[in-house]
Write a protein that binds this ligand. Sequence first.
Ligand code: AHR
Length: 521
Amino acid sequence: MTTFTQIPDGEAPSIDVSLKRIVSDINPMMYGGFLEHMGRCIYGGVYDPDNKHSAIDENGFRTDVIDAFKELQIPVIRYPGGNFVATYHWEDGVGPRGQRPRRWDPAWKAEESNEFGTDEFMKFCEVVGTEPYLALNMGTGTLDEALNWLEYCNSDRNTYYANLRRKNGREKPYNVKYWALGNETWGPWQVEEDTKENYAKRAKQWAKALKLADPRIELILCGKNGHDDWDRYVLQECVDLVDMHSIHLYTYSHDFKENVTAPLSAERAIQITASLSELALINNPTGGWRSNDYSPPASPPKICFDEWNVYDDQQAPGDQGGEQAYNLSDALGVAVWLNVFIRQSKHIAMANIAQSVNVLGPLSTRKDGGPGLIRQTLWWPLLLFSKYMRGKTLNVHLRASTYNGSTFPSWIRKTTPTPWLDVSCAYDEVSGFVNLAVVNIDDTQDITVDLGLQETLPAGLTTDKQQEVQVFTVGGGEIDVKTTNFDGVERVGVVESTWIAGPKYTFPKHSLTLLRWSVKA
Ligand code: AHR
């Protein structure tokens, strides 16, 4: 959370942080990933058994991708889509590989070999050390099929699908906790696009049946963008049966300032969704269906932002693989996205960058299958946040002047201020470090700020004692905002330095700066 006072241009901006103002926990699930059967995300991304140029493990997985996922500490991965899931039949992807049917995927206009399916995904999660999150087919799929998948994954009974899993080599249930009730079922591009009324009616019945089958699971309702009547309606109808409400948003503009302020629309969407979720609970004081096994949520469902990113669909159309050459502007857009999540952490139960490799990826494998990963510009803010922005959100008070030009979408300008500095702060009680992330969204000038850190510095620190602050910077200086790493040359990365805490800090133009210091003497 950031509180904000607008000041006139020319006046000195300030940032004040205090350990007394802990706002909420940061759910580590915020750093989730997403793997879809789309372009080179699965095949050639994580799974590439015939690749002779790169290191591949005994499961057919790229070891460099596994290492990168571990480095990012991805806590949960959503699978198998996305739009792909609307026609996906999970049984096509289990059992002997040679017998799995090849299918046509109408979402991405591609052939699907089904070589990688449920058991391969579960193995991948196990190797990476992450939790699986499965999306159910509410397009051409049936409730029966969904229940069978749940049984295949989670049941230890002596029943057909649990035994099928055993026959396929996995004795113990996978105990998948997170299940999504469809994906973007409101979208005109979906196979079996639905109305909110019909979706809510189906989602309710599916949720009831799934929870009867396994009350331990958490269900994620299919919301829209967080500020649509779809969100209001489906929450209203299903609030007592679901654990999270999913929203999706991709932001983008060719214009730098529009690109880096666009994620503020996600911040408003989160705030509006949180209110809709609360409203649904208020309007359903007694809830609906009850079972002895399942108690409905005692608080409003939180948000699962299970698709978010900066995405230019003109540059990287989905049916051509969605491989975007991200530049510094996009990386700073992602940094603002992450600031939004930290500021709004009390509403966020999970978030998943879409996607984790190749497709809109912070990470790319080479098209020729060659060794070495390309760390796109997005990788760096993601890595810094995942490493350091953990623990609790601290309130920051920001005084700054604002950018007053155009925004995309234009309604950002009408609903929220766009200060030149975008700020969030996390206090990691375990390590005892405060981490302050600041994006200077001005691409023309550095900004010098009065920093009020005194209430976070070790007790007894006086002006004659020096407090060392670690500094991580992405961008700034002479790096042009259009600079990419896409050809494999790492032009945008993290520059590390130290700074002796003082009353002022200058944030370089078009940069992300993460300042990190210990609260212990
Ligand atoms: O992530 C790419 C696509 O964007 C997903 O498949 C879909 O859910 C969204 O529209």
